[in-house]
Structures are given as structure tokens and as C-alpha cells.
Design a protein around this ligand. Structure first.
Ligand code: KG4
Ligand code: ZN
Length: 389
């Protein structure tokens, strides 16, 4: 089944063609990152307007790159939420219109389902097909598009799909959660952040260090030259204190799987202020690299701590990593090591499928229509607060 998938929940206009939920025939991402970088974050109105301009060329590019035309497309999938309402509407209106015009069944996908199902994509297409899309938006050369630090490292790719039951860690700009899945499309949220998301923490700390948006890839690049042991930041554990039972003995609660990341950001802010007061102006580049490396290590340690607990509590066959922060090399290697030690099969998506893309929506859509069928195009509306159920 060939699914044409569309994703426009934030600042990437993306279209892809995915066959049977696992083979990516094309994956086109028209990034708006450069447009928003000068404002230090995504400007929703700008994002929505640019999606409207980019969406049709992006879909055409995805069909061309897949070497397919409409008769070979069996269904259309689109992200319904969560995300920015104006951005979502651009994708949804396009998908609805195409579904009616071309007489194709429609599948509505939750963006987080997409991140999880990025792990069902096997094999990989060349980075070129992802990078080429930047030319639609920004008229960039291929070599310039390849400067994205996330695309510089190559990882071996799984040729097998995750096994159930599994635990998934989703770490993106807006979400940080641990999900337990007994079978396809059965999501039980077993841990979540109580304040900042992991990507949000990366972006906010990057802003404190005067690094450009998006912060995650720039922090991890800078951290390569830093000393991760220079500053000691707190690894927050939300497990309640033990209480004394009626028999007088201490009762230890189950270790918490929830996250709190805002305190880490405040600790970084305090160090930044201290360093600034010493120099009287900006921070030296070596100090910046040390702060970036120490912050990254603490954040990864916090994530690994709860993942270890989730594996102990749920005893999954596979552990899967997903979301934009899944592109972080330290997190990738930290979780790979943990899973090896705990003898759990570890899956992480190819770098092209960590940050927002439409291939992951196409993968999720294949399994979603198997469980829930299709949606009537006229009934589909954007839901910026859509929950994972
Ligand atoms: O999944 P995503 O593309 O968009 C959302 O659904 O939010 O995630 C974007 C987030 C941003 O916060 C970005 O800074 C972070 O992913 N990110 C990274 C890396 N690459 C992207 N964080 C840490 N290290 C990276 N290499
Ligand atoms: Zn995302």
C-alpha cells in the first residue's frame, strides 16, 4: 500500500511516499529553520503562511522522487495534531482537498504516533532526498543543506521492526514521554515531563549561550569540544520519599518515571550569570563548550535514569527512541549501551526520521488504517492539543 503522507505541524513542510509502512520511496522536507532563526524561535503566523506556499511544490517533489503518479497512490495521510493550529490547517486542508479530488481514502495521524512509528521504517534512502527539499524553500545548494550537523553522522540501520511489548521514549521540542505498547496502536503513557520538554530545554539553554535556533544540534556540536565534568548540574528524581507504614517499617514507592527538566535550565542560567559577572561581558568560548557538555550529559543522564526504571518495571522486548532529540549522539549511544546491558533490543530511527518529517506519518498511517480504517475528509479538523490515546 503506497501512502502519500503530509506533515506540517510546526516549521517543516514535509511530504513523503511510504510503502507498506516501512519502505520510504521519497522523503521531502522543506525546512523553515532559517526564516525563524532570526527571531530565536518559531513565529506561528510566518510558519502558517510559508506552509501554504511550500506545500504543493513539496508534494509534487515527493511524488517525483518516488517516481509515482496519482494512480499508484492508495491513500493520503496527514498530521491532525498536536502542533500550531495555522500550520496544521495548511496540511489538513491540502490533504482533504486532494483526498476528495483524487478520490483517495484519508488517514489522520497524531504527530507523536508518527515519531513512534519512525522506528518501523527499515532501510534508508539517501540523505540527498531529504536535503534536496531545502532548495524548494531556501534555494540552497545541496552541499549547504548537508551542513545540518544532525546529518553528518551515519548510523547502522536496523532491518528488523520493534517487538511487542515495547517501551518508547519520545523526546521532541514539545514532548517528553515514556510510552508502553502491548501491541500496535495501543499507547499507555507511563511517564511524562512535569515542566519543560527535552528539546525545549536544549533550545532554552542554547539561547542562554547565545547559540542559534534550533538549539539541540548546536549544543551537541559545541559540546564535542567541552568538558562534561566541569559543572555539576542536578539529575532530578521525582520519586516520593519513603513513608512509614502502620507496622513502623519504611514503605518505598515505585521509582518515578516522570521528568522535571526546568531546574536544570535554571542551574545553567545561574552558572551563565556567574561567568558573565567574572568577565563583565560575554562568556569565553571554552567555558561555553564546558557548560554545553555538562548540560547535555546531565540531561542524558536524567533520561537514561527513567528509561532504566521503565525497562525494569515493564520488561519490554524492545526499547525504541524517537523525536527530534533522538538525533542527539550522546543520547543515542547512552541508550544503546543501557539496552545492551539490560539485554533489551534497541531501536532508533535513521537521522532523517528523528526531526519532523512526513515519512514517519506515512509509517504510522499504515498501521492506523489497519486498526481504525479511514476518516471522512469533510469531518477532519485540526486539533492543536490532540492527545495520544
Ligand atoms: O521532533 P521535532 O523535530 O519537533 C517537534 O515535534 O517538536 O523536535 C525538535 C527538537 C528541537 O527542540 C531541537 O532542538 C531538538 O529537537 N533537536 C536536538 C538535536 N536535533 C534536534 N536536540 C538535541 N540534540 C540534537 N542533535
Ligand atoms: Zn515532532
Amino acid at each position: 500500500m503506497n501512502i502519500l503522507a503530509i506533515e506540517s505541524s510546526c516549521d517543516e513542510t514535509a511530504a513523503a511516499v511510504v510503502s507498506d509502512g516501512r519502505n520510504v520511496l521519497s522523503n521531502v522536507v522543506a525546512s523553515q529553520v532559517d526564516l525563524h532563526a532570526k527571531y530565536g524561535g518559531v513565529v506561528p503566523e510566518v510558519a502558517a503562511r510559508v506552509h501554504v506556499q511550500a506545500i504543493i511544490p513539496t508534494i509534487k517533489e515527493a511524488l517525483n522522487a518516488a517516481k509515482l503518479d496519482w494512480p499508484q497512490i492508495d491513500a493520503i495521510a496527514v498530521t491532525q495534531g498536536p502542533g500550531l493550529v495555522g500550520s496544521l490547517i495548511a496540511g489538513i486542508e491540502t490533504a482533504r482537498t486532494l483526498a476528495i479530488l483524487k478520490d483517495k481514502p484519508l488517514i489522520a495521524v497524531n504527530h507523536l504516533e508518527g515519531h513512534v512509528y519512525a522506528n518501523w521504517i527499515v532501510g534508508k534512502i539517501s540523505n540527498f532526498q531529504s536535503a534536496i527539499s531545502n532548495q524548494i524553500q531556501n534555494k540552497k545548494s545541496h552541499s549547504e543543506a548537508m551542513k545540518n550537523p544532525n546529518l553528518n553522522t551515519q548510523y547502522p540501520i536496523h532491518n528488523t521492526v520493534p517487538q511487542f511489548p515495547l517501551v518508547a521514549l519520545v523526546v521532541s521540542g514539545g514532548h517528553t514521554m515514556l510510552i508502553y505498547m502491548k501491541r500496535h496502536y495501543n499507547f499507555q503513557i507511563v511517564g511524562a515531563t512535569r515542566d519543560d520538554a527535552a528539546g525545549e530545554a536544549f533550545d532554552k539553554v542554547a539561547a542562554l549561550l547565545a547559540l542559534p535556533y534550533p538549539g539541540g544540534p548546536n549544543i551537541s556540536k559545541l559540546a564535542e569540544n567541552g568538558n562534561a565534568d566541569k559543572y555539576e548540574f542536578p539529575v532530578i528524581d521525582l520519586t516520593p520519599e519513603p513513608k512509614r507504614g502502620k507496622d513502623g517499617f519504611l514503605v518505598y514507592p515505585k521509582p518515578s518515571l516522570d521528568f522535571s527538566l526546568s531546574g536544570l535550565k535554571t542551574s545553567v542560567l545561574n552558572i551563565v550569570k556567574q561567568c558573565q559577572s567574572h568577565t563583565g561581558c560575554g562568556i569565553e568560548s571554552k567555558t561555553k563548550a564546558d557548560i554545553a557538555a555538562s548540560f547535555q550529559k546531565t540531561l542524558v543522564d536524567t533520561l537514561v535514569q527513567n528509561n532504566q526504571r521503565a525497562i525494569a518495571q515493564y520488561k519490554p522486548k524492545s526499547f525504541i527512541l524517537s523525536g527530534g532529540v533522538a538525533a542527539n549522539p550522546l543520547l543515542r549511544s547512552g541508550l544503546e549501551k543501557l539496552c545492551k546491558e539490560l539485554k533489551v533490543e534497541f531501536h532508533m530511527p535513521d537521522l532523517n526520521y528523528c526531526t519532523d518529517n512526513a515519512a514517519m506519518i506515512g509509517a504510522a498511517a499504515y498501521y492506523k488504517q489497519k486498526e481504525f480504517g479511514f476518516i471522512e475528509p469533510r469531518s477532519l479538523v485540526a486539533n492543536p492539543n490532540l492527545k495520544l490515546t
